[in-house]
Write a protein that binds this ligand. Structure first.
Ligand SMILES: O=C(O)CCC(=O)C(=O)O
Length: 222
């Protein structure tokens, strides 16, 4: 059973690849506001949101804060040793339930979310210039699906193949409230964000500019 306020199917569901599902408008406006409020709190601490530094010296253009486990390229730890050394915020049960509802809706199977217990989330904030290069989510020791929620400005999300960063890929506009799930044969597909379209979000979400993305994952770690 979808949770109240979740699982509201959007107008057009697409499946860009086997195991990958895009449901526009999945989050109600009220749930988007609640998530924005929650993300604001997590962005403050215990580990503040920041631009992640890459081992070769680069700095990511998105700002990120993690729940459950802290992702420091390219591993998960309980403490944010590259930020302030604090233990990251707990992954809340309500977000686990949201992840389960997302899988049930994405795969149109009420049982699809059973046993899905995401234990980390990366919360990314994109200003109008931020991007994310093509990459695989492969630091997890689990092949459970990734659940991605978008709020605020629309972006162009590039969803590719499991072999390389290159074609074939599909460019998909992810707008506020959209759900994107990738699991099964698509779980390790390369993906990225090529641009954000400033001014396309609705300030009623509580986000007056920029884009929030929440990806839930199962780390497979103890
Ligand atoms: O912002 C997005 O939609 C994608 C985020 C992403 O790929 C990631 O966090 O690994």
């Amino acid at each position: 059973m979808p949770l109240p306020g979740f699982g509201v199917p959007g107008p057009v569901r697409t499946r860009p690849a086997p195991g990958a599902v895009h449901i526009p408008g999945w989050l109600s406006p009220e749930r988007q506001r609640e998530l924005v409020t929650a993300c604001r709190g997590w962005a403050r601490g215990p580990v503040p949101i920041r631009h992640t530094r890459l081992p070769r010296g680069g700095v990511m253009s998105v700002q990120t804060v993690c729940l459950g486990w802290h992702w420091q390229p390219y591993a998960y730890k309980r403490t944010a040793d590259d930020v302030n050394g604090a233990r990251v915020a707990e992954f809340p049960d309500w977000l686990v339930r949201l992840g389960r509802a997302a899988l049930a809706d994405a795969y149109e199977d009420a049982t699809a979310g059973e046993g899905y217990t995401p234990d980390t989330a990366l919360i990314n904030f994109y200003d109008g210039q931020a991007r994310m290069g093509m990459h695989q989510d492969k630091d997890e020791r689990s092949s459970a699906p990734v659940v991605s929620l978008s709020i605020g400005d629309t972006c162009v999300f590039r969803f590719g193949n499991t072999e390389s960063r290159n074609r074939p890929y599909t460019d998909i506009e992810l707008a506020s409230g959209d759900l994107f799930v990738f699991g099964g044969p698509s779980r390790f597909a390369y993906h990225g964000v090529t641009k954000v379209l400033p001014g396309t979000g609705d300030p009623a979400t509580g986000l007056t500019s920029g884009r929030l993305n929440i990806t839930m994952r199962v780390t497979g770690l103890e």
